[in-house]
Design a protein around this ligand. Structure first.
Ligand code: C2O
Ligand code: CU
Ligand code: CU
Length: 495
């Protein structure tokens, strides 16, 4: 059922409209999975072309099995899964049926930041149609990208309202026999504001919704045969919520970070995904039948816990800008719930010959030493009459200013420091990078990333090859309210 914006707002504001959900999942402890995990509709390329119509509109969409007023792509939340191969042409005929302007960003795809490709400065007004067209790079090894709106001033509300979907590139990673044999599952993690009148967290902290979903469902179940391998393909599509993921009684084998495979699987006990980050993990199935919960463990985003009356996670600095007393108690508690949340449940059904974790994945290249090293400082401050602003190198976002100019065919190191009291996931468009060091310590393995968490008080050094695609784009904090409140800079790549 289609809605116009007025109906949407009226329904959203009324207790009968938005509060169709009788159950709040916050702090949920239910152990019984509700329904099998459903996957967003798939659009896949044929004969080298992925061609589809995509419409953004207000819709009533089933969320946790109940009709809810949301913003949708093609009437679905999450939006459809788009899938293409290296070298394919992608053609998206987009229609904006929202009352506000919007656009689409292809987060994690290495495509031009200009023209009909990935221009985040493009504005598609209400009622307008627009064509997106680009090709997937030939060398893409396969992985998950994330498409979502990116028009400054509208990004946070439109993503919080439901817009976003997975963009899957099928590449060399998918050809590895063990990976092919694995049962792949897509988990799009997103929270929604449904019961509460105000989002739990204010804009300054980054808004979190009260209903935490996987593919729009609360605690769905998915299964693999006992002895089999599960390949979990995860996207954190939340505005501000972090997911600290663990699967009961199972280690995870990390095989990809953001859109790119690792050289070899890395065994981990838990996986922290901040907004905008993606990851892929393998799970080795037991021989016996059983049911295990995928958990979101408690996590505190920086020192905000102190405002909620909790403990400071790190013992550094003074109270700073957001010291105790500025915020009412409880305002900033976020997902600082003290018990784990159940996101989904894995069950074993049937049996197969034991499958093994692959030894080798896709070689991650070693980048040459950088020609240029730059410093970036993430911080916040108060502007009288305006409240809190979020800054990069002391500046609030201005789309007309060029903050960083780089030359193509160079490699740069960026040292990004977080001197504020909140964690910030730092994201660079167009060009993926490798994390080189955290607080001066080299990282244990090489991996491509496009979003990296910079916790409060820490400095992360990333190495970025700028090879192709001249033009202007952005880097920003992927807590989308922080991006809207100024924590975004522009970069111009020049031949
Ligand atoms: Cu996913 Cu600039 O964003
Ligand atoms: Cu992006
Ligand atoms: Cu931030």
């Amino acid at each position: 059922q289609s809605l116009n914006r007025r109906q949407f707002l009226v329904l959203s504001a009324s207790s009968a409209g938005a509060v169709l959900l009788s159950q709040c999942s916050r702090g949920q402890t239910q152990t019984v999975p509700k329904a099998p995990l459903s996957l967003p509709k798939l659009y896949t390329s044929k004969d080298g072309l992925l061609d589809l119509e995509l419409e953004a509109s207000y819709r009533q969409v089933n969320l946790d099995g109940k009709p809810t007023n949301l913003l949708s792509y093609n009437g679905q939340v999450p939006g459809p899964r788009l899938e293409a191969k290296p070298g394919d042409i992608v053609r998206i005929r987009f229609k904006n049926n929202l009352s506000d302007p919007t656009n689409i960003h292809y987060h994690g795809l290495h495509i031009p930041p200009t023209g009909n490709a990935d221009d985040v400065f493009r504005r598609i007004d209400s009622g307008e149609s627009a064509l997106y067209e680009f090709s997937i790079p030939q060398q893409h090894p396969g992985g998950i990208a994330y498409y979502h709106p990116h028009l400054h001033g509208y990004v946070a509300d439109q993503i919080l309202g439901g817009l976003g979907g997975m963009f899957i590139v099928r590449g060399a990673l998918d050809e590895i026999p063990e990976i092919q044999a694995a049962e792949q599952t897509f988990l799009f993690l997103k929270d929604f504001v449904v019961e509460q009148r105000q989002p739990m967290m204010g804009r300054m902290a980054g808004r979190e919704g009260d209903l935490v979903t996987v593919n729009g469902q609360v605690n769905p179940s998915f299964s693999i045969p006992a002895g089999g391998l599960a390949r979990l393909r995860l996207v954190n599509a939340s505005n501000a919520r972090f997911y600290r993921l663990a699967l009961e009684k199972h280690p995870l084998y990390l095989i990809a970070t953001d859109g790119h495979p690792l050289s070899t699987p890395v065994e981990i006990q838990e996986l922290l995904l901040s907004p905008g980050e993606r990851a892929e993990v393998l799970v080795q199935g037991d021989q016996e039948a059983g049911q295990y919960r995928l958990l979101n463990l408690p996590y505190s985003r920086g020192q905000m816990g102190m405002m909620g009356g909790g403990m400071m996670r790190r013992d550094r600095g003074g109270p700073g800008m957001m010291g105790r007393g500025r915020m009412g108690p409880g305002m900033m508690e976020g997902n600082d719930q003290d018990s784990p949340q159940t996101l989904a449940t894995l069950a074993y059904t049937g049996q197969v010959e034991p499958q093994s974790i692959p030894q080798q994945l896709i070689e991650v290249e070693t980048l040459p030493e950088p020609q240029t090293v730059r410093q970036f400082e993430l911080d916040h401050g108060m502007v009288p009459g305006q409240g809190m602003v979020f800054l990069i190198n002391g500046k609030s976002f201005d789309h007309q200013r060029i903050d960083t100019q780089v030359s193509l065919d160079t490699v740069e190191d960026w040292e990004v420091s977080n001197t504020g009291v909140m964690d910030h996931p730092f994201h660079l468009h167009t060009n993926p990078f490798q994390v080189i060091a955290r607080n001066g310590q080299p990282v244990p393995y090489q991996a491509w990333k496009d979003t990296v968490l910079i916790p409060t008080g820490e400095t992360v050094r990333i190495r970025i090859p700028f090879r192709d695609f001249p033009g202007k784009t952005v880097y920003h904090c992927h807590i989308l309210d922080h991006e809207e409140l100024g924590m975004m800079g522009t970069i111009e790549m020049k031949a």
